[in-house]
Design a protein around this ligand. Structure first.
Ligand SMILES: *Cc1c(COP(=O)(O)O)cnc(C)c1O
Length: 450
């Protein structure tokens, strides 16, 4: 099986600094028309978000799809359709709406499966990300007195840290282990920002007898590092660990083949690269080999029951042999509608084409930063994301000279939307679905002025 990290990046190696060059790249971009499918906030609104609407129609340079993706235009119509059906039909819309609510979530299986490289029955849209991490750990973190540890990255998103610590605490007393020693946090080598795959594998081997679960971010939220999912998964499983992935920053950002990579389980949110709106319904993957395992403990609810018997309203849970078995409640239709709108766009564009553009777009951005640094060697911008494009998604994490928060505010006033993470990291994400090469060009001009 080939690792995505071993495939050569096909980004061009020579860029030019003139505006015409960016326009040329945009003209030859087969995905350029997708920007029209999105509402991109206006620069004037971004510059003064608290004030009255200012004049000016110019779009902002929205480089924050890693935090909250822009709104697909069709989301409005799809949400409106559900409101209309609710108004017109009430409870009857479950069966007789334009897109009946009872099977509403089923239309997401195909697009989600294609997005993460899974079979339809291995994916489900439900809940939110941290909830799904917990639900899946109830099934897949089954500590024993000897094997009870969970491996995460030291730079894991705080919610992930809390989730694994509380899962360990949940079992510690009844199983009999010390929760204080339950979490292994992977740190880069001294002086380095990223984890080397060989170092991850060494830790797994050293502690394999005590590791129950490996749960890493597919793309690290802080550094943007794209981990070698197939290699780490294979090593972890060979050593007898369960391997799950948090794909919050990977889903919709990098091509994934979860089924072929033999990943045990994964979870992701949908409001970042998947553009499904604030608090959107998240996603989960459970590998086929676990779907018929009756020994798996799980928290059950009626939406995980086999739909064939669900409405007999019997007392005993019969899990459906699909990832849906982890669903608890009937899903929130109004917040699923934007996800339907967004995943249609991913299906039309295709992850492979998006990745091709993404490699070039981010390489162009990186080239600009190197160029600015060459022009101003005193106040350089440090790139914290791996330089090897195969080891990153679209976003670059930057350390700007001075206080990151001030820089972010200045960028915002200039119409560039990005985000800031403690201690001093600015993340800028040119996303291939709605960002253009001109966006990167203009962002570079703003950075140069700052
Ligand atoms: C964004 C993000 C979260 C957020 O969790 P929610 O439950 O959706 O609020 C958690 N983990 C990671 C790695 C993230 O990037």
């Amino acid at each position: 099986m080939t690792s995505p990290l071993s495939s050569p990046a096909d980004a061009p190696t020579s860029f030019r600094p003139d505006e015409g060059f960016a326009r040329e790249l945009d003209r030859s971009d087969p995905l350029g028309r997708f920007a029209e499918e999105f509402e991109i906030p206006r620069a004037a609104d971004i510059a003064h978000p608290e004030g009255p609407a200012a004049a000016g129609d110019e779009r902002s340079i929205y480089l924050c799809g890693n935090s909250l993706g822009c709104m697909p235009r069709r989301a409005r119509a799809l949400v409106q359709r559900e409101l209309d059906d609710w108004a017109r039909l009430g409870v009857e819309a479950h069966l007789h709406g334009q897109s009946p609510w009872l099977p509403y979530h089923e239309q997401l299986r195909g697009p989600l499966g294609r997005l993460v490289g899974a079979h339809d029955h291995e994916v489900v849209a439900m809940n939110s990300l941290t909830v799904n991490l917990h639900l899946l750990m109830i099934s897949f973190y089954r500590p024993t007195p000897d094997r009870y540890r969970i491996v995460i990255e030291d730079s894991a998103f705080p919610s992930d840290s809390y989730a694994v610590q509380s899962q360990a605490a949940l079992h510690a007393r009844s199983v009999g282990f010390d929760p204080a020693s339950a979490i292994i946090r992977l740190t880069p080598r001294v002086g380095e920002y990223h984890l080397r795959t060989e170092d991850v594998l060494r830790v797994l081997e050293e502690h394999s007898a005590s590791i129950a679960l490996v749960m890493l971010g597919g793309v690290n939220y802080l550094t943007g590092q794209f981990m070698d999912i197939p290699v780490i998964t294979a090593a972890g499983r060979r050593l007898g660990c369960v391997v799950g992935w948090d794909l919050a920053h990977a889903a919709g950002n990098v091509p994934l083949r979860l089924h072929d990579w033999d990943v045990d389980w994964a979870a992701w949110c949908s409001y970042k690269y998947l553009n499904a709106g604030p608090g959107a319904v998240a996603g989960a993957f459970v590998h086929d080999r676990h779907l018929r395992d009756p020994s798996l403990p799980r928290l059950a609810g009626w939406w995980g029951n086999d739909p064939a018997t669900r409405f007999r309203m019997g007392p005993d849970f019969v899990p459906v042999p699909r990832a849906d078995a982890w669903a608890l409640s009937n899903p929130p239709i109004l917040s699923m509608a934007p996800l339907v709108a967004s995943l249609e766009l991913f299906d039309r564009a295709g992850m492979e084409a998006l990745r091709r553009k993404s490699l070039t777009l981010t390489a162009y951005f990186e080239w600009w930063i190197d160029r600015l640094n060459g022009q101003n060697p005193v106040r350089t911008i440090r790139i914290l994301t791996p330089r090897d494009s195969a080891q990153r998604g679209c976003h670059l994490s930057l350390e700007l000279p001075g206080r990151g928060r001030d820089a972010m505010d200045a960028l915002r006033r200039a119409g560039v939307v990005c985000d800031f993470r403690e201690p001093n990291v600015i993340r800028m994400a040119p996303v291939p679905l709605y960002n253009s090469f001109m966006d990167v060009y203009r962002a570079a001009q703003v950075l140069a002025r700052l």
